[in-house]
Write a new protein. Structure first.
Length: 42
């Protein structure tokens, strides 16, 4: 049986990965890395 803590960490890692992939897709569509850097530093 997998522990609740391990399950939570797996879910967080999965959601984080989806977020990163989505962010990369958005930045690629809207002009690339310049916009991503601008968003991070804003």
């Amino acid at each position: 049986m997998i522990s609740a803590t391990s399950l939570l960490l797996i879910i967080l890692a999965y959601v984080g990965l989806l977020y990163v992939v989505a962010a990369l897709d958005i930045s690629a569509e809207s002009g690339g890395d310049a916009n991503l850097i601008a968003e991070v530093t804003a």
